[in-house]
Design a protein around this ligand. Sequence first.
Ligand code: SF4
Length: 235
Amino acid sequence: MSEVARNKSALTPFRPTPTPFLPEPETLRITEVFRSLQGETRRVGLPTVFVRLTGCPLRCRYCDTTYAFHGGRRMSLEEILMAVGQYATRYVTVTGGEPLAQPACLALLTRLCDAGYRVSLETGGALDISGVDARVMKVMDLKTPGSGEAHRNLYGNLRYLNERDEVKFVICDRNDYEWARARLRALALPCEVLFSPSHGQLDPALLADWVLADGLAVRFQIQLHKVLWGDVPGR
Ligand code: SF4
Protein backbone atom coordinates (compact mmCIF):
# COMPACT_ATOMS: atom_id res chain seq x y z
CA MET A 1 0.00 0.00 0.00
CA SER A 2 1.39 3.43 -0.93
CA GLU A 3 1.95 6.07 1.74
CA VAL A 4 -0.98 8.09 0.33
CA ALA A 5 -3.32 5.09 0.45
CA ARG A 6 -2.18 4.19 3.98
CA ASN A 7 -2.87 7.74 5.21
CA LYS A 8 -6.26 7.72 3.50
CA SER A 9 -7.12 4.39 5.15
CA ALA A 10 -6.13 5.72 8.56
CA LEU A 11 -8.55 8.63 8.16
CA THR A 12 -11.54 6.55 7.04
CA PRO A 13 -14.12 6.77 9.86
CA PHE A 14 -15.33 3.58 11.49
CA ARG A 15 -18.85 2.70 10.39
CA PRO A 16 -20.56 -0.04 12.38
CA THR A 17 -22.55 -2.60 10.45
CA PRO A 18 -26.18 -1.42 10.58
CA THR A 19 -28.36 -3.60 12.81
CA PRO A 20 -32.14 -3.74 12.49
CA PHE A 21 -34.00 -1.43 14.89
CA LEU A 22 -35.45 -3.53 17.70
CA PRO A 23 -38.28 -1.67 19.44
CA GLU A 24 -38.88 -2.17 23.12
CA PRO A 25 -41.63 -4.76 23.59
CA GLU A 26 -44.92 -3.15 24.58
CA THR A 27 -45.65 -3.67 28.23
CA LEU A 28 -48.49 -3.05 30.63
CA ARG A 29 -48.67 -2.88 34.39
CA ILE A 30 -50.99 -5.69 35.49
CA THR A 31 -52.62 -6.19 38.89
CA GLU A 32 -54.07 -9.65 38.25
CA VAL A 33 -55.17 -12.18 35.64
CA PHE A 34 -57.82 -14.57 36.86
CA ARG A 35 -60.81 -16.63 35.79
CA SER A 36 -64.23 -16.10 37.26
CA LEU A 37 -67.83 -15.85 36.17
CA GLN A 38 -68.75 -12.66 34.39
CA GLY A 39 -70.59 -10.69 37.07
CA GLU A 40 -72.25 -8.03 34.89
CA THR A 41 -73.43 -7.13 31.39
CA ARG A 42 -75.31 -9.32 28.93
CA ARG A 43 -72.55 -11.90 29.30
CA VAL A 44 -73.31 -12.40 32.99
CA GLY A 45 -72.60 -15.91 34.24
CA LEU A 46 -70.18 -16.87 31.47
CA PRO A 47 -66.76 -18.17 32.54
CA THR A 48 -64.41 -15.34 31.69
CA VAL A 49 -60.75 -14.48 32.14
CA PHE A 50 -60.20 -11.01 33.57
CA VAL A 51 -57.07 -8.98 32.89
CA ARG A 52 -56.96 -6.21 35.46
CA LEU A 53 -54.67 -3.32 34.54
CA THR A 54 -53.13 -1.21 37.28
CA GLY A 55 -53.91 2.47 37.82
CA CYS A 56 -56.87 4.82 37.48
CA PRO A 57 -57.08 8.63 37.24
CA LEU A 58 -60.52 8.66 38.91
CA ARG A 59 -61.47 8.21 42.55
CA CYS A 60 -65.11 7.12 42.64
CA ARG A 61 -66.46 7.10 46.19
CA TYR A 62 -67.76 3.54 45.84
CA CYS A 63 -64.70 2.10 44.10
CA ASP A 64 -64.28 -1.61 44.88
CA THR A 65 -60.89 -2.02 43.21
CA THR A 66 -58.75 0.50 45.05
CA TYR A 67 -56.13 -2.24 45.39
CA ALA A 68 -55.54 -1.79 41.64
CA PHE A 69 -54.57 1.88 41.93
CA HIS A 70 -50.90 1.08 42.59
CA GLY A 71 -48.40 -1.75 42.37
CA GLY A 72 -48.90 -4.50 39.86
CA ARG A 73 -46.29 -6.15 37.67
CA ARG A 74 -45.05 -5.02 34.29
CA MET A 75 -45.76 -7.67 31.64
CA SER A 76 -45.22 -7.80 27.89
CA LEU A 77 -48.20 -8.46 25.64
CA GLU A 78 -46.82 -11.95 25.01
CA GLU A 79 -46.71 -12.68 28.74
CA ILE A 80 -50.28 -11.47 29.17
CA LEU A 81 -51.49 -13.63 26.27
CA MET A 82 -49.70 -16.61 27.79
CA ALA A 83 -51.33 -15.95 31.17
CA VAL A 84 -54.77 -15.76 29.53
CA GLY A 85 -54.02 -18.87 27.48
CA GLN A 86 -53.58 -20.96 30.64
CA TYR A 87 -57.35 -21.01 30.94
CA ALA A 88 -59.76 -22.70 28.58
CA THR A 89 -61.89 -19.68 27.79
CA ARG A 90 -63.58 -17.88 24.92
CA TYR A 91 -64.29 -14.72 26.88
CA VAL A 92 -61.78 -12.17 28.08
CA THR A 93 -62.57 -8.93 29.91
CA VAL A 94 -59.95 -6.20 30.13
CA THR A 95 -60.65 -4.10 33.18
CA GLY A 96 -58.99 -2.03 35.89
CA GLY A 97 -58.48 0.40 37.45
CA GLU A 98 -58.94 2.27 34.21
CA PRO A 99 -57.40 0.12 31.47
CA LEU A 100 -57.27 2.94 28.92
CA ALA A 101 -54.96 4.93 31.20
CA GLN A 102 -52.15 2.75 29.78
CA PRO A 103 -51.77 3.41 26.02
CA ALA A 104 -50.62 -0.15 25.23
CA CYS A 105 -54.06 -1.36 26.31
CA LEU A 106 -55.25 -0.71 22.74
CA ALA A 107 -52.63 -3.10 21.35
CA LEU A 108 -53.55 -5.71 23.96
CA LEU A 109 -57.21 -5.56 22.96
CA THR A 110 -56.31 -6.07 19.30
CA ARG A 111 -53.94 -8.95 20.10
CA LEU A 112 -56.64 -10.69 22.14
CA CYS A 113 -59.16 -10.30 19.30
CA ASP A 114 -56.61 -11.58 16.78
CA ALA A 115 -56.09 -14.63 19.01
CA GLY A 116 -59.78 -15.47 18.65
CA TYR A 117 -61.12 -14.38 22.03
CA ARG A 118 -64.41 -12.57 22.47
CA VAL A 119 -63.16 -9.48 24.23
CA SER A 120 -64.90 -6.87 26.34
CA LEU A 121 -63.47 -3.69 27.83
CA GLU A 122 -64.67 -2.08 31.06
CA THR A 123 -63.93 1.62 31.10
CA GLY A 124 -64.95 4.47 33.37
CA GLY A 125 -65.94 6.80 30.53
CA ALA A 126 -63.45 9.56 31.27
CA LEU A 127 -60.85 8.61 28.63
CA ASP A 128 -61.07 8.53 24.84
CA ILE A 129 -62.42 5.23 23.47
CA SER A 130 -62.08 6.10 19.77
CA GLY A 131 -59.01 3.88 19.29
CA VAL A 132 -60.55 0.71 20.69
CA ASP A 133 -60.60 -2.20 18.22
CA ALA A 134 -64.04 -2.44 16.58
CA ARG A 135 -64.31 -6.12 17.55
CA VAL A 136 -64.26 -5.27 21.27
CA MET A 137 -67.50 -4.95 23.23
CA LYS A 138 -67.17 -1.72 25.19
CA VAL A 139 -68.85 -1.44 28.58
CA MET A 140 -68.62 2.24 29.45
CA ASP A 141 -69.71 3.95 32.64
CA LEU A 142 -71.47 7.25 32.79
CA LYS A 143 -70.52 8.43 36.26
CA THR A 144 -73.39 9.69 38.40
CA PRO A 145 -73.17 12.55 40.94
CA GLY A 146 -72.95 10.00 43.76
CA SER A 147 -69.63 8.76 42.41
CA GLY A 148 -68.08 12.19 42.91
CA GLU A 149 -66.67 11.96 39.36
CA ALA A 150 -69.60 12.94 37.12
CA HIS A 151 -67.66 15.97 35.89
CA ARG A 152 -65.14 13.57 34.27
CA ASN A 153 -67.65 12.00 31.86
CA LEU A 154 -66.35 12.38 28.32
CA TYR A 155 -69.62 12.69 26.41
CA GLY A 156 -67.80 12.78 23.07
CA ASN A 157 -67.25 9.05 23.61
CA LEU A 158 -70.91 8.36 22.91
CA ARG A 159 -70.38 8.73 19.16
CA TYR A 160 -68.04 5.71 19.24
CA LEU A 161 -70.59 3.36 20.81
CA ASN A 162 -72.69 0.93 18.79
CA GLU A 163 -75.34 -1.70 19.41
CA ARG A 164 -72.77 -4.25 20.60
CA ASP A 165 -71.68 -1.99 23.46
CA GLU A 166 -73.26 -1.17 26.82
CA VAL A 167 -73.48 1.94 28.98
CA LYS A 168 -73.57 1.44 32.74
CA PHE A 169 -74.90 3.72 35.46
CA VAL A 170 -73.89 2.78 39.00
CA ILE A 171 -76.65 4.31 41.13
CA CYS A 172 -76.04 5.35 44.73
CA ASP A 173 -79.39 6.91 45.71
CA ARG A 174 -82.63 8.42 44.41
CA ASN A 175 -80.84 11.55 43.20
CA ASP A 176 -78.51 9.40 41.09
CA TYR A 177 -81.50 7.47 39.74
CA GLU A 178 -83.27 10.63 38.60
CA TRP A 179 -80.04 11.95 37.09
CA ALA A 180 -79.52 8.70 35.17
CA ARG A 181 -83.14 8.62 34.04
CA ALA A 182 -82.81 12.16 32.64
CA ARG A 183 -79.58 11.22 30.79
CA LEU A 184 -81.28 8.13 29.40
CA ARG A 185 -84.08 10.23 27.95
CA ALA A 186 -81.84 13.02 26.68
CA LEU A 187 -78.98 11.10 25.12
CA ALA A 188 -80.69 8.49 22.86
CA LEU A 189 -77.94 5.99 23.63
CA PRO A 190 -77.28 3.59 20.72
CA CYS A 191 -76.82 0.52 22.91
CA GLU A 192 -78.14 -1.41 25.87
CA VAL A 193 -78.14 0.46 29.19
CA LEU A 194 -77.36 -1.08 32.57
CA PHE A 195 -78.67 0.24 35.88
CA SER A 196 -76.69 -1.19 38.77
CA PRO A 197 -77.16 -0.36 42.49
CA SER A 198 -74.01 0.72 44.27
CA HIS A 199 -73.11 -2.33 46.36
CA GLY A 200 -73.92 -1.87 50.05
CA GLN A 201 -75.26 1.62 49.45
CA LEU A 202 -78.61 1.28 47.67
CA ASP A 203 -81.12 -1.52 48.26
CA PRO A 204 -81.28 -3.41 44.92
CA ALA A 205 -85.03 -4.03 45.36
CA LEU A 206 -85.63 -0.29 45.64
CA LEU A 207 -83.84 0.37 42.36
CA ALA A 208 -85.75 -2.48 40.70
CA ASP A 209 -89.04 -0.94 41.86
CA TRP A 210 -88.08 2.49 40.50
CA VAL A 211 -87.13 1.04 37.09
CA LEU A 212 -90.41 -0.87 36.84
CA ALA A 213 -92.51 2.05 38.05
CA ASP A 214 -91.06 4.28 35.34
CA GLY A 215 -91.09 1.57 32.67
CA LEU A 216 -87.47 2.23 31.76
CA ALA A 217 -86.01 0.18 28.91
CA VAL A 218 -82.83 -0.66 30.82
CA ARG A 219 -81.27 -3.85 32.12
CA PHE A 220 -81.35 -3.94 35.91
CA GLN A 221 -78.37 -5.87 37.22
CA ILE A 222 -76.63 -6.77 40.43
CA GLN A 223 -73.02 -7.92 40.55
CA LEU A 224 -73.23 -11.72 40.46
CA HIS A 225 -69.69 -12.26 41.81
CA LYS A 226 -70.51 -10.26 44.95
CA VAL A 227 -73.68 -12.28 45.54
CA LEU A 228 -71.67 -15.48 45.22
CA TRP A 229 -68.41 -14.61 46.95
CA GLY A 230 -68.70 -11.18 48.55
CA ASP A 231 -66.45 -8.23 47.89
CA VAL A 232 -63.08 -9.96 47.54
CA PRO A 233 -60.29 -9.36 45.01
CA GLY A 234 -59.76 -11.87 42.21
CA ARG A 235 -63.35 -13.26 42.13
S1 SF4 B 1 -63.26 4.40 37.42
FE1 SF4 B 1 -63.49 2.34 38.27
S2 SF4 B 1 -61.45 1.81 39.06
FE2 SF4 B 1 -61.47 4.03 38.74
S3 SF4 B 1 -62.05 4.88 40.75
FE3 SF4 B 1 -63.95 4.66 39.54
S4 SF4 B 1 -64.77 2.64 40.11
FE4 SF4 B 1 -62.59 2.70 40.77
